[in-house]
Design a protein around this ligand. Structure first.
Ligand SMILES: C[S@@+](CC[C@H](N)C(=O)[O-])C[C@H]1O[C@@H](n2cnc3c(N)ncnc32)[C@H](O)[C@@H]1O
Length: 278
């Protein structure tokens, strides 16, 4: 009986309405509430205002972080979310380059051909990780955990004693939170991250190119509008994620160029000294 009333479309609609409108209240241990007036507030990535329960007035209070002019739209923050998260939870993608919390999740894996594959998997397992892991890339760079994972992936058998600390740092369970450095394999680790970024960039580019050529069914105008809308959202999301990857590609290439030119300088200096003493 219930199933008849609650068909899947109604369920999806209710789920969407609930999740795009509920408010988490930090002072009530993150409990959620539906707050009728507050669900009219739209999100803006640049504001830092949230809703919370206020004990003294026993109500939900909204305090703005700036002055607004009469007639100006007042915004709220739905939280520091990536464009992908905003699309999934709220059905929109902020304008490209306006979301400082935007990030793209990239998957990285140990190489199956690695002589130390088993030892590395064991080290990762001890810290709750597996042979393939996802890490968020932001326009400002990549997390220390990813750098540690990349070090583990490229480290040779001679560094097996460091596998444990690399895996711990990749899982964010390392005791020291500072940037770990293994200069002897830094170039390889950065190249490994760059290869993943570039392979993703080419997938995004293929999708974006294909989306320009995608044929939409024009026999059903109602569905056409919805398809055009959904397609635009997908294009907006992919464009913003690819932009983050392009930025990382630029930073990685520059860092690799610096390392390589430093190595070249050291080599030239060494050759120069050798010639001097010949
Ligand atoms: C809590 S409601 C906000 C009020 C909503 N605009 C309304 O008229 O009922 C959340 C929904 O508003 C829309 N929304 C909020 N912020 C937005 C933004 N910056 N850009 C586009 N749509 C937004 C999305 O559809 C989202 O699911």
């Amino acid at each position: 009986m219930l199933l008849q009333i609650f068909n899947i479309e109604t369920f999806n609609w209710s789920f969407g309405i609930l999740f795009s409108r509920l408010v988490r209240l930090p002072s009530m241990d993150g409990r959620v509430a539906l707050v009728p007036w507050a669900d009219m507030l739209n999100h803006n990535c640049e504001v830092e205002t949230f809703l919370d329960y206020d004990k003294s007035s026993q109500g939900i209070v909204f305090t703005t972080d700036r002055a607004y002019q009469p007639g100006e739209q007042v915004f709220i923050s739905y939280g520091r979310k990536s464009n992908g998260e905003l699309l999934l939870s709220y059905g929109f993608v902020p304008r490209e380059g306006t979301n400082p919390s935007d990030s793209v999740e990239l998957s990285f894996s140990l190489k199956k051909s690695d002589k130390c594959y088993k030892e590395k998997v064991e080290a990762l397992k001890k810290h709750g990780l597996s042979a393939s892991e996802c890490f968020p890339i932001q326009v400002t760079g990549w997390p220390l955990e990813l750098m540690a994972f990349a070090y583990l992936v490229v480290s040779p058998p001679s560094m097996s004693r460091q596998f444990g600390e690399m895996a711990a740092a990749a899982s964010n369970k390392s005791t020291s939170k500072k940037d770990m450095k293994y200069p002897e394999i830094e170039e390889e680790a950065l190249q490994f991250i760059l290869d993943s970024c570039e392979s993703s960039i080419s997938k995004y580019s293929k999708f974006l190119q294909a989306s320009g050529e995608m044929d939409l069914d024009i026999t059903n105008p109602k569905q056409l509008n919805r398809r055009v809308f959904l397609k635009q959202l997908a294009v907006d999301l992919c464009t913003s994620e690819r932009r983050i990857l392009f930025r990382s590609q630029y930073i990685l290439r520059r860092r690799l160029r610096d390392i390589r030119s430093g190595e070249l300088k050291a080599l030239n200096l060494f050759d120069g000294l050798r010639n001097l003493f010949k």
